[in-house]
Design a protein around this ligand. Structure first.
Ligand SMILES: Nc1nc2c(ncn2[C@@H]2O[C@H](COP(=O)(O)OP(=O)(O)OP(=O)(O)O)[C@@H](O)[C@H]2O)c(=O)[nH]1
Length: 352
């Protein structure tokens, strides 16, 4: 019997009362997505013959990425051509990168390709991989207005803000009643001097213009929409993926002025937002003798709609580019707010 008894004290390391080994707790192994990815990369052979696996730009967040905005979809669809090494340098494991966390906000990490961005290229880059790629976190605000869920891209374009030479895309839609001068305003802005006294109703026209405003370069896509009547259906596509609106009325037409708040309401309904960057433009300023809407009324409506305001004449090319500048200012306020100045604390005040 005594031969089957296992030895009772066979420890080689002395176990003191306070040592962690004295407590026999079960080991908890957490396999987080980050941990798994780290293990996978460490286990890969470091031979130069290892084939480079092209990685999708939304790699390594560990969580399903969510890129519903058409702008972001375009970015996310790009495949990253960088080798493994460079991804690790800017991967979420690096202490300098921002780790996209599903707990903080709905966010996804997307590789943004830009040759102007200030990040240094690592020395081990191949010739074919000369394009600089950086990761930019795309953030969304979500919430409810009534019963509908809204989702708004709240990413401040840090890449462009940190590099004044970068170009930012802006999609703008011009809306209002028929024959108020939307097309004339757009054409005068895009290719001045252009004014046509004859009237051809528009179905839809898109033009582009690159402008610099407040030190930032914008590539504007300007959509000239068809004139809206009170009971016409609002085209839903103008409620999504648009950065700003130019709401036009003619100072000679009370009806076109009354149409503005109706259009504005429809935009907010479709966009599911409480506010969108807007400028209210009172067109046909040259027709002073036929004026039906005063400047004060225009200003009051703009204030009510939280929009910028200007009166213009496409015929005389007066305040045309200013109208677009006012909108760029409104969009800058919304999408690239100036960094808040640090308030003087009590400590620094006392130290003076
Ligand atoms: N006097 C004057 N006429 C203008 C001005 N702007 C446009 N018009 C005239 O107004 C008419 C309608 O102009 P459009 O630019 O086609 O108006 P619109 O709002 O695009 O019209 P829709 O395509 O139906 O939506 C044309 O005959 C223009 O020549 C302006 O500033 N002053």
């Amino acid at each position: 019997m005594s031969t089957n008894t296992p030895p009772t004290t066979s420890t080689t390391t002395p176990v003191t009362r306070n040592s962690p080994r004295s407590i026999n707790l079960p080991t908890l192994v957490v396999h987080s997505p980050v941990h798994r990815e780290h293990k996978r990369r460490n286990s890969e052979p470091a031979s130069p013959t290892t084939p480079k696996t092209p990685q999708h730009s939304t790699y390594f967040t560990g969580f399903p990425s969510y890129t519903p905005d058409p702008w972001n979809l375009r970015l996310a669809s790009r495949k990253s051509p960088l080798p493994q090494q460079q991804h690790l340098r800017s991967s979420p494991l690096s202490p300098h990168s921002r780790l996209a966390s599903p707990l903080s906000r709905t966010s996804s990490t997307t590789a943004v390709s830009s040759s102007h961005l200030p990040l240094p290229l690592s020395s081990d880059s191949d010739e074919e991989d000369s394009e600089t790629l950086i990761e930019e976190e795309i953030e969304y605000d979500t919430g409810f207005i009534g019963n509908s869920l809204y989702l708004r891209n709240t990413t401040t374009n840090t890449a462009s803000m940190s590099n004044p030479g970068a170009t930012m895309k802006r999609k703008v839609v011009i809306m209002g009643s028929p024959s108020v001068g939307k097309t004339s305003l757009t054409q005068q802005y895009v290719a001045p001097p252009t004014y046509n006294a004859s009237y051809y109703p528009t179905i839809e026209d898109t033009s582009h213009k690159t402008v610099t405003y407040n030190g930032v370069q914008y590539e504007c896509e300007i959509i000239d929409s068809a004139g809206l009547e009170e009971y016409s259906l609002f085209p839903g596509k103008y409620g999504i993926g648009v950065h700003g609106y130019i709401l036009v009325y003619a100072i000679t037409s009370r009806q076109s002025f009354d149409m503005v708040p109706i259009v504005h309401d429809k935009i907010l309904d479709y966009a599911g937002l409480e506010k969108v960057p807007c400028v209210l433009v009172g067109q046909k300023l040259d027709l002073q003798s036929e004026r039906a809407v005063s400047t004060a009324e225009g200003e009051a409506l703009a204030k009510k709609l939280n929009a910028g305001f200007i009166e213009s004449s496409a015929k005389d090319n007066k305040n045309v580019s200013k109208a677009f500048d006012v909108l760029l200012a409104e969009m800058q306020k919304e999408y690239n707010p100036a960094p808040e100045k640090k308030k003087a604390s009590w400590w620094s005040w006392g130290a003076k």
